[in-house]
Design a binder for this molecule. Structure first.
Ligand SMILES: CCCCC/C=C/C(=O)SCCNC(=O)CCNC(=O)[C@H](O)C(C)(C)COP(=O)(O)OP(=O)(O)OC[C@H]1O[C@@H](n2cnc3c(N)ncnc32)[C@H](O)[C@@H]1OP(=O)(O)O
Ligand code: NDP
Length: 283
């Protein structure tokens, strides 16, 4: 689909690179000639990502740095370490945290557990990369992974939708402010992709024959299926490539049209209180 050297001159940081979608994007960027740095909290998850065949076959161009994005000093130190080996050309804000809960029962700590990495962490990383690009007069691109629910809102995951809507506002705002400095801001809004954590955090079974997971979701998606990680990775690669150079401030949805008919959480509105109590017990 793309030339093998499409991203040859790019050096890309993928936050949450040990997660399913982050790993898929990193593998695609490597296939297309980029160098990639992965970050996340868990060194084990990062090591597993580096050892995955799709990444390990490009081992000379793939590295990882553990970093908790909720800590601005840790983000600054990570960027300092990365820049010692040369500038990034792309930041992919992919890391996030999310879980379903009745919003009125969220503690402040629970709200911060979501807003911390999903909103603040992405902003800290954007500021650290952006100011280095601006100081050096370098070009750069920030790709943020949002969610279609930044557009629709979504019941039972309000803090995550607030974070994603905030990142969309950042994308539009900085496209204008940083555009004259050579920095491009783009975003992808995925619909449902069956990743391990999305299934666990957003579609947990609640007993009573409810197995949870993504089974049954496809039927309300207009094209009848969930997203595939390779499709998201290809869209990301295009948005980072030369042919997309005039695209900035935009968010592209990839969801088979699902958000035009539903946020995807309407079934949860029918859950009885006992199901919510069961899910809460299991966290
Ligand atoms: C149709 C599909 C649409 C999909 C749209 C979007 C999908 C995604 O975003 S999927 C990506 C999801 N990925 C992740 O969440 C990965 C990262 N996960 C985590 O970091 C954790 O799993 C975490 C989010 C649960 C929180 O981790 P941590 O910061 O370590 O938090 P603590 O365990 O210390 O808890 C802090 C605070 O939060 C409360 N809490 C945690 N889980 C739940 C829960 N399931 N329900 C309610 N409250 C929860 C926890 O109790 C703590 O609060 P206090 O008890 O008040 O101290
Ligand atoms: N799967 C889906 O259906 C959808 C996903 N999305 C978005 O796509 C992106 C990837 O999701 P997905 O691959 O499913 O989820 P994952 O949970 O697999 O990936 C998220 C990654 O974020 C990392 N992370 C979380 N908190 C922090 C932190 N404080 N500091 C550094 N890294 C952190 C996690 O690594 P670690 O725990 O090691 O830190 C994890 O690897 C997210 O932005 C998500 O919101 C949007 C819509 C739908």
């Amino acid at each position: 689909m793309f030339r093998d050297d499409l991203l040859r001159d790019e050096r890309i940081l993928v936050t949450g690179g040990g997660g399913d979608l982050g790993r898929a994007m990193a593998a695609r960027f490597l296939d297309l000639g980029a160098s990639v740095v992965l970050c996340g909290r868990s060194p084990e998850r990062l090591d597993a990502a580096l050892a995955a065949p799709a990444i390990a076959r490009h081992a000379e161009r793939a590295t990882a740095l553990p970093c908790d994005l909720r800590d601005p000093a840790a983000v600054a130190a990570m960027m300092e370490r990365i820049w010692q080996d040369g500038p990034l050309t792309v930041l992919v804000n992919n890391a996030a945290a999310n879980f379903i809960a009745q919003t009125e029962r969220l503690s402040a700590r629970a709200a911060d557990a979501i807003l911390g990495p999903s909103l603040h962490g992405a902003l800290y990383a954007t500021l650290e990369a952006g100011r280095r690009w601006i100081d050096a007069g370098d070009r750069g691109t920030v790709l943020s992974i949002l969610s279609t629910s930044a557009r629709t809102g979504r019941a039972f995951t309000a803090p995550s939708e607030m974070a994603k809507a905030g990142l969309e506002a950042m994308t539009k705002s900085l496209a204008v402010e940083w555009g004259p400095k050579g920095i491009r801001m783009v975003a992808i809004a995925p619909g449902a992709f069956e990743t391990e954590t999305a299934a666990r955090q957003l579609r947990p079974g609640a007993g009573d024959g409810d197995e949870g997971g993504f089974a049954g979701l496809a039927e309300w998606i207009p094209d009848g299926r969930l997203g595939r990680t390779d499709e998201l990775a290809d869209l990301a690669a295009f948005l980072l490539s030369g042919p997309a150079a005039h695209i900035t401030g935009e968010t592209i949805a990839i969801d088979g049209g699902a958000h035009l008919r539903s946020s995807g959480a309407e079934d949860l509105l029918r859950w009885p209180q006992e199901k919510w109590d069961a899910v809460r017990q299991r966290r």
